[in-house]
Write a protein that binds this ligand. Sequence first.
Ligand code: MG
Length: 304
Amino acid sequence: MQNRRDFLKKASLLLAGGLVTPQLLTSCGGKTGSATAEVAEQATTAAKNIGLQLFSLRDYVGKEGIQKTLELVAKMGYKNMESANYNEGKIYDLAPEDFKKRVEDLGMKFVSAHVGQPYSKEKDAEIMAWWDKAIETHQKAGTKFLIQPWMPVDDKTTLDDLKQYCDYYSAVGAKAKAAGIIFGYHNHNFEFKKIEDKLIYDFLLDNVDKDVVKFEMDVYWVQKGGADPIAYLKNRPDQFKAIHIKDETEIGASGEINFEAIFNQMYANGINDWFVEVERYTNNDPVASVQQSFDYLNKASFVK
Ligand code: MG
């Protein structure tokens, strides 16, 4: 069984500094007190449709548990959740109905889930049975999206291999669609390399069944890959249905990503499902970084 974390480990994409514990906010603007207390003091008045990929707080989840994590992000003001933990019919070790209820009891919505499996022809039946269970589980949780967060690509990968993945995604997408769920693929930057003169990302976009496979664009990784997220959104409006709002560390901190232009194009495309993802933290404090990202977007006039 693979979850997103296993995928990322395998891909060696987890950057240094991932395993940290929440700590005092002593280095953050002179504030004192625990991050949790700091957050708890803030009123939940935000009305903006701000989502969070819970992977951003993976270590907090590990330490404090999912219930405390959900309470924390609800207090911050986040509205929409994207999960990053699925195993054998359980979401964060909870029955799907239970997870859904916990999210909704806090005034939030469980919109999207990162789940996935690498593919091999030999294990086709086993892998598709795995998806049947994953789809059934997330149907019970009422999720709109099921997103495969990663795929194995290396120097030996051929276009035939990619085509096999496109067919795999199309098969999973058809199953998901039949269950009322949108299946999608989430990119990193390795998709912006070429195989036999074809950009991997373009090959995927061109060769999946466009009716049943959509894409969750991680704007940071698109830009890291040397491509323009806005151009992709403009050129393929029907293929992108969800977005990862991500930066080098906290959202807006690098100044290198034009989030205003990205949001304008997202809204022009009619995309309202997007999730903040923070993977690296300036002060090794995931809670502070996730709060800082919320504050940046909540104050930004270009975010609805
Ligand atoms: Mg992402």
